[in-house]
Design a protein around this ligand. Structure first.
Ligand SMILES: Cc1cc2nc3c(=O)[nH]c(=O)nc-3n(C[C@H](O)[C@H](O)[C@H](O)COP(=O)(O)OP(=O)(O)OC[C@H]3O[C@@H](n4cnc5c(N)ncnc54)[C@H](O)[C@@H]3O)c2cc1C
Length: 382
């Protein structure tokens, strides 16, 4: 017989004779919210803890640009992440359709442009994407555009760029709408008494004690704390990112546009209601203090250089967070402790790969199978 013990804050461990259908989820950012809902839909009762409040203010997910761009990212990541991202492009519409609230999800492709000074970097970027396509022909090949091709896709950019690339199947979503929609669906389960939400409760794994039987059983605890799990993940680090949200009705871009930039991959992503997310910086330091003057100048200059109408935009938000990143910059699932599953290392690809991470985790929960994870080459520690 298995016993599962849960401690209360500032008290010695309190025994909670476990019902096998009970689960604890640590972290209500992107993975924690998705995981909690999936478990609730499987009939489990869930206790969800987050160090911050319901507004997800402690999460990288709140700050992200939420680009779903597997091919564009193939220039800087491994094939497994690209494949997980491709899986995500199919799964996000299903996940969002199941939510009660509207969430903006767009799959109108990514446009890539560059200024003449960055032509060499654009060429390198194109070659890397072609190499990905050569390795896996099922992945889309970047289409080369001339000035007319760019104008046909984005009339507002007419005559501004002579060459471009286009990845038609890529997408984006509105991360802030998604987090709210997931929260609303969680509240429905809370009202039914199936979910307990514990906001502003910072938890460590040591707060929870598995006793008696250390053999593998149903997963009871899902650790989705992102960077907050640093003490348990050697090498887990934060990679700083800064993002600006602008209201810019004069611009009229209809799809995410990636501007080749010598320092970091930079997107200008139109969300609903004339909002544009400009991001993101990527700086190898763990620091979530406010955006620096330098980054702000670079992001806004990039937007202005794409389209001068950004000059009249209004800055609605400037946000900074650290991306939870493992040593190899790749995601990982850790099953090495009995009854505990840890999901981490989503780095700059959380939205891109979250559906794949979720489906791999659920395949283990439902059938103790790692087939999907293996098909992606996802690292699973056992
Ligand atoms: C600037 C920026 C831009 C990005 N752009 C993109 C993009 O375009 N596309 C994309 O796919 N991804 C993007 N990402 C990455 C994506 O946001 C992350 O990969 C993703 O949010 C990670 O999800 P997570 O659930 O693991 O962690 P998080 O979303 O960070 O959630 C972790 C949660 O755990 C909670 N927590 C931490 N410690 C504790 C504790 N001790 N006890 C309880 N709760 C705790 C936190 O409060 C938080 O709510 C971006 C990230 C940043 C910062």
């Amino acid at each position: 017989m298995k016993h599962f013990y849960l401690s209360k804050p500032n008290s010695r461990p309190m025994s909670l004779m476990s019902n096998p259908s009970n689960a604890i989820v640590l972290g209500a950012g992107l993975m924690g919210r998705l995981m909690s809902l999936a478990l609730l839909k499987r009939g489990r009762r869930v206790d969800l803890y987050d160090a911050q409040g319901a507004n997800a203010s402690g999460s990288a997910a709140l700050v992200a640009a939420a680009m779903l761009a597997p091919m564009a990212e193939s220039a800087i990541t491994e094939m497994g992440v690209v494949q997980m991202g491709r899986h995500g492009l199919h799964r996000w519409p299903e996940i969002i359709k199941d939510l009660q609230d509207h969430v903006f999800l767009q799959q109108k492709g990514t446009l890539i442009v560059w200024h003449a000074a960055d032509a060499h970097e654009a060429q390198r970027f194109h070659q890397l994407m072609d190499q990905t396509h050569a390795k896996e022909p099922a992945l889309e090949k970047a289409q080369v555009l001339n000035a007319e091709g760019i104008q046909a896709l984005e009339p507002t950019l007419a005559h501004r760029f002579q060459r471009g690339l286009y990845l038609p199947s890529e997408g984006q979503l509105d991360n802030q709408q998604l987090l709210i929609a997931l929260e609303r669906d969680l509240y429905r389960f809370e009202a039914q008494g199936r979910l307990q939400l514990h906001w502003h409760q910072r938890k460590a794994l040591e707060d929870f004690e598995l006793e008696s039987d250390q053999s593998a059983g149903p997963i009871k605890l899902f650790d989705c704390r992102g960077l907050g799990a640093k003490a348990q993940w050697p090498g887990l680090r934060g990679v700083r990112g800064e993002v600006i949200r602008l209201h810019a009705p004069g611009v009229e871009l209809s799809r995410p546009t990636r501007l080749i930039h010598p320092r970091y991959p930079l997107y200008i992503a139109p969300k609903e209601n004339d909002l544009y997310v400009i991001g993101a910086t990527e700086i190898e330091v763990e620091d979530n203090s406010e955006a620096s003057v330098r980054s702000t100048l670079e992001l806004l200059t990039a937007a202005y250089s794409l389209h001068p109408a950004f000059a009249e935009g209004r800055i609605v938000q400037m946000n900074t967070q650290n991306r939870p990143t493992l040593t190899d910059n790749l995601p990982c699932i850790d099953l090495s402790s009995p009854s505990i599953m840890k999901l981490n290392g989503l780095y700059r690809h959380g939205f891109l790969i979250a559906p794949a991470m979720l489906d791999c985790a659920l395949e283990w929960v439902d059938a103790q199978s790692l087939q999907l994870a293996q098909s992606f080459g996802l690292r699973v520690i056992q």
